[in-house]
Ligand binder design. Structure first.
Ligand code: ZN
Length: 312
């Protein structure tokens, strides 16, 4: 059986060429036996330095590659066609406005009656755009709005209106606006809760906590920071912290998250400066550690001088 394209048989040194890969004279080219033994492209051939070079560009590969209309100067690389990157989807901002009209909201009730009273709570609703959802009666929407005022999504949760604790029984009450609105082909790209505030307070350092509730409550006790929530312990990532460029950032992990967040700092975007608060680590009792207390639990329940305690 003979092939149409074969390596040129050795005749004289004229049939040995310069290898396009290792540039030694050790290269045999392919010829077309049906077309007067014409050479194929000068890169199509085989290097005899099998261990040190091992270049072998076959006619089959060459014809496949040229269908893509790509000319190889050197060793061919495999072409992997990437699908175009998907653009992130956004929520219609009118849904945010609509969610602010109704205040039958357990979390807001808790803030108002147990913690801060009417005036401060009103300010908090305005600042963080604390929305109300009717997915469950009294449920809260924490909108994720980026620095360009684009609405990425809203996290819907239900709280007990007297204790301010999340309702997780008989099932965990958590949902998302992009799901409840049934938006087709929604390409979710989350951002930190409170992100829309960072440019409003350009000179303030940024504080990051895990939960939206903690961010909101801490902003009253410690207004010298802009408070953001990353939403879950694993959302502290390089990608999501890029937007904090040039800022001083203090991480306030929950008691269960201290070591994890501390270990993550080297992997975060180098564009910002990070510190981590050891406040809870140092102050917490064994019981509180087991409960996984967060900063809000402390600020609400204990009467200590936080402003001095945080970094001392
Ligand atoms: Zn070679």
């Amino acid at each position: 059986m003979s092939y149409r394209f074969t390596l040129e048989p050795y005749k004289t040194m004229k049939t040995i060429h310069i290898c396009p890969n290792c540039e030694k004279r050790t290269f045999t080219r392919y010829i077309d036996t049906e077309s007067n033994n014409e050479y194929l492209h000068s890169n199509v051939g085989k290097c005899s330095r099998q261990i040190k070079c091992n270049y072998h560009y076959t006619p089959k590969q060459y014809f496949q590659d040229t269908n893509f209309k790509i000319e190889y100067k050197f060793k061919p690389v495999q072409i992997v066609k990437q699908p175009p990157p998907k653009q992130p989807s956004f929520i219609n901002p009118s849904l945010v406005d609509k969610s602010l009209e109704n205040n039958d909201n357990n979390f807001i009730h808790f803030l108002e009656t147990k913690l801060f009273g009417k005036e401060i709570t009103k300010e908090l609703i305005k600042e963080y755009k604390i929305g109300t959802s009717n997915v469950w009666k009294g449920s809260t929407i924490f909108w994720q709005i980026d620095t360009n005022s684009k609405v990425k999504t809203g996290k819907i949760m239900l709280y007990n209106k007297d204790t301010g604790k999340r309702i997780k029984k008989p099932y965990n009450h958590i949902n998302w606006v992009h799901k409840t609105e049934k938006i087709n082909d929604f390409n979710l790209e989350q951002c930190y809760f409170g992100l829309h505030l960072i440019n409003k307070y350009k000179d303030l350092p940024i504080a990051i906590v895990e939960s939206e509730k903690t961010a909101i409550i801490s902003s009253v006790y410690l207004p010298e920071f802009v408070w953001l929530a990353c939403g879950s312990i694993n959302n502290l990532t390089k990608e999501k912290t890029k937007v904090l460029k040039g800022r001083n950032v203090v991480l306030f992990p929950d008691l269960r998250g201290y070591q994890l967040w501390k270990n993550k700092i080297p992997q975060l975007s180098k564009l910002a400066n990070y510190r981590i608060s050891e406040l809870l680590e140092r102050k917490a009792t064994e019981y509180e550690k087991k409960q996984g207390y967060d900063l809000a639990d402390y600020l609400i329940n204990l009467n200590i001088d936080y402003k001095n305690a945080i970094f001392s």
